[in-house]
Design a protein around this ligand. Structure first.
Ligand code: GLU
Length: 474
């Protein structure tokens, strides 16, 4: 295919994979998959001081968890430094760049002057046309782009439309620092070109960089990739996204018990729409995704919506995969290791059996873990204060009698235990609820639980009779 699409996700490993980055990755992934192209992953680690190994690991891990795979090997930008230098030298040789010997003091003075005069071009062109023989001794020069001083730089952005900058407002960019290290702006252009990137999809905080990068592309005679700058994610009130509003790492969403499929579905709708469809399977997302569906206004992060989507995905997941996800998430949640220690063949089977009932109520895997508590609880059960009030002497006595009635039930299923309880209630002249509530407390230690007959069936005869025995008068 001649017009094969190549996108890339290019995170700087200075922190975790935050939610905005995850959305950018998703959009790039979807676009590549939709067009039968490739999505590459480039770790932009040129800032040696701020890039860390744990951040790289968190990014790779977050992408994998979200199910966003990339094509080929991960590219580490820093390894291309020699190539970036070569391109800067090439521009120098062609007269499209020049050596700048301005001292830090001179640069500061220029900046202050420009700011005082309200100009956005900060560098005054001091060395643009000056003869290098005038260079002060001992000062390592930077290499700057000889950017056009008149005319316009235009980006035809797929999301923002036609964006125009007056060249008189743009600086002669530094391409290579005095220490010979390439700047981020040069590295991005060279890498995108060398990696064959055809489409750049990223946050609109990079829009001004698109103009700067376009000038480098022009100087090199390279074609500019197709550009899409997506509006950033804001908080529910329209302000900058704060931690409280969801500006967290993808790992935090995993620890909060969200399913990757639900988060993907939530993220795709943050800033992109397809009619009024809200729920998208991965295949549907790939089929429907297009740049034209990306809106121009900032998307607002809404935890309630994410939660309700997650509940939908939990309800529609099959029971066995929920058991697997339940187990996986235990490594990421507080006290997960306590539950993990109690996972064995029996409790796994009980969890699977309880799942149809558990999954109806849970909006997150955390809620699922919480409501499965009764499976893993040790005898004698810890009784919640609210539930303890129900264990009156009368009710304890009732529990004792009920225990006797249940002892005779065989086989032990939700249906047979239900029949036995109904018969018991009738015989005792009590409403079913009057019997069920103390029973629930004795079996789960709480006043709320999945359906009581499910609880009976899941725990099995022996455990139920033992728990009832614990609360019955001795
Ligand atoms: N490394 C940049 C960032 O993490 C992205 C650069 C780009 O997409 O061009 O914000």
């Amino acid at each position: 295919m001649t017009d094969s699409v190549v996108t890339r996700f290019a995170p700087s490993p200075t922190g975790f994979l935050h939610i905005g980055g995850a959305r950018t990755a998703l959009f790039n992934w979807l676009y590549a998959r939709k067009r039968g192209g490739k999505m590459l992953l480039r770790i932009e680690d040129t800032d040696r001081e701020r890039s860390t190994e744990p951040a790289i690991a968190a990014i790779l891990d977050g992408l994998k968890w979200l199910g966003l795979d990339w094509d080929g090997e991960v590219v580490y930008q820093f390894t291309g430094a020699a190539r970036h230098r070569e391109v800067a030298e090439q521009l120098l040789a062609a007269g499209k760049a020049y050596r700048c010997y301005a001292t830090p003091e001179e640069l500061t003075a220029m900046r202050e002057k420009a700011r005082a005069e309200g100009r956005t071009r900060l560098y005054d062109g001091l060395w643009r046309d000056r003869d290098p023989s005038e260079a002060p001794a001992g000062l390592k020069p930077t290499i700057r782009l000889r950017a056009p001083q008149q005319g316009e730089t235009v980006i035809e952005d797929q999301v923002q439309g036609r964006v125009v900058w007056l060249n008189e407002n743009l600086d002669d960019l530094v391409l290579l620092r005095g220490d010979g290290n390439p700047t981020y702006m040069l590295a991005v252009v060279v890498d995108d070109h060398d990696m064959g990137v055809t489409h750049i999809i990223r946050g609109d905080d990079h829009l001004i960089n698109a103009a700067r990068q376009k000038q480098i592309y022009d100087a090199l005679g390279w074609d500019l990739p197709n550009m899409s700058h997506i509006p950033l994610i804001h908080g529910p009130d329209g302000s900058k996204l704060s931690k409280r509003h969801g500006a967290l790492g993808v790992d935090a969403y995993r620890a909060m018990g969200y399913l990757p499929a639900a988060l993907r579905n939530y993220l795709v709708r943050l800033g992109w729409s397809h009619g009024d469809q809200e729920i998208f399977s991965t295949e549907e997302m790939i089929a429907a995704f297009d740049l034209s569906g990306i809106g121009r206004s900032a998307a607002r992060f809404d935890f309630a919506k994410l939660e309700s989507l997650n509940g939908h995905y939990i309800r529609h997941s099959d029971d066995q995969s929920l058991v697997t996800m339940f187990e996986d998430v235990l490594d990421y949640v507080p006290n997960g290791s306590d539950v993990k220690a109690k996972l064995n063949e029996t409790t796994r089977a009980q969890l699977l059996q309880a799942m149809p009932s558990l999954k109806e109520r849970a909006k997150t895997l955390i809620e699922l873990i919480d409501s499965a508590y009764f499976i893993f609880a040790d005898r004698p059960l810890e009784i919640e204060p609210k539930a303890a009030g129900l264990l009156t002497p009368e009710n304890r006595e009732l529990i004792g009698r009920l225990r006797l009635a249940l002892e005779a039930v065989t086989p032990w299923t939700a249906a047979t235990t239900e029949a036995a309880m109904r018969a018991f209630a009738e015989m005792s002249n009590l409403k079913l609820g009057t019997v069920a509530q103390p029973l629930r407390v004795a079996l789960t230690g709480r006043t709320t639980s999945p359906g009581i007959f499910d609880v009976l069936a899941v725990l099995g005869r022996q455990e139920c009779l033992a728990r009832l025995g614990d609360q019955a008068p001795s």
